[in-house]
Ligand binder design. Structure first.
Ligand SMILES: [Zn+2]
Length: 302
């Protein structure tokens, strides 16, 4: 099913049951997919890379969720120690995987991420939380976390943004809206994961970007079909905005970082009438700016 929607990889990150211990591997992911009742042959879908993962929850009353992502074919330990979020992140890294902090605004406890070391990213778009709350005033405030991400980046943390589905029953939450698009040398998990760690990906609710070029003091974006491109800097400040599908930002120095936001013709959520005003969008990772105004990130092309 994910393959049919153009996905090359997917991680199924169930919540462990209270007190559940043990490890997850590819066969656990296969079981999870059949347990969801549709008999979906995800793990055997041709070319689809199924990555083991689970969603760690700190014991109440803290309500911090962290997605721990493993490696296909290798066990991923479900962390149940006393170390909380930091313990889960450390365990995922020890198992050859990585971790990102989930939906910081859903429980309004973004502070629980502060001081946690070794996170690769933050789930900036939790499409399920937006979709579940369609028609409610807090749909975007809870489901999106650009404020949290910009605060972390402004503090100098190198955490990448991600967009994920977080649906709990099939088709609930529109599972195919959110995606992370990775520039990888080949369609293998090793290559994909290496690119994710380096921030060579963008995240999207349907709009695509076919050129991200950060070289010297210029940050160029091309996104076919896009209607608007915005460059955002430290603190979430809008640096410039143009209508169209191509834009270049010339670094002035002092921005801290620059990232791009692209709006498409939308709508992102097709089955939620209350969300039809939300356009398809795409978001680049930040390019960090040195004081003299030169990007210190590796030049890379789409
Ligand atoms: Zn969660």
């Amino acid at each position: 099913m994910f393959r049919a929607h153009g996905f090359d990889f997917v991680a199924i990150t169930d919540h462990p049951k209270p007190g559940q211990r043990g490890t997850l591997d590819l066969s656990a992911a296969a079981e999870a997919s059949t347990r969801w009742g549709s008999g979906l042959p995800w793990p055997s879908s041709e070319g689809l890379i199924v990555v083991p993962g689970y969603e760690y929850e700190t014991p109440p009353p803290h309500f911090a969720h962290t997605n721990c992502i493993g490696r296909p074919g290798r066990a991923l330990t479900i962390y149940d120690g006393a170390g909380g979020t930091q313990g889960a992140v450390d365990q995922a890294n020890a198992d050859g995987g990585w971790a990102f902090f989930c939906h910081p605004n859903v429980f309004e406890r973004a502070d629980l991420m502060d001081g946690v070391r070794g996170l690769v990213g933050i789930e900036v778009i939790n499409a399920g939380s937006v979709s579940y709350r369609a028609g409610r005033d807090d749909a975007l405030a809870r489901g999106l976390a650009f404020d949290v991400w910009d605060r972390a980046l402004s503090r100098g943390e190198r955490v990448w943004g991600l967009a994920n589905s977080d649906f709990h029953r099939f088709m609930e939450g529109e599972p195919f809206v959110a995606r992370n698009v990775v520039y990888a040398a080949e369609r293998t998990w090793d290559a994909i994961e290496a690119s994710i760690r380096r921030g060579c990906f963008y995240f999207s609710t349907g709009q695509s970007i076919d050129r991200i070029d950060a070289a010297g003091a210029e940050f160029a974006i091309r996104a076919p079909g896009a209607t608007r491109i915005r460059f955002v800097g430290g603190g979430g400040a809008v640096l410039s905005e143009i209508e169209g599908d191509e834009a270049i930002y010339r670094v002035r120095g002092g921005e801290g970082y620059v990232r791009a936001e692209v709006e498409g013709p939308g709508p992102a959520f097709r089955t939620r009438p209350q969300l039809r005003h939300l356009p398809t969008m795409a978001f680049t990772q930040p390019v960090f700016v040195r004081l003299e105004g030169v990007s210190e990130r590796d030049r890379h092309h789409a």
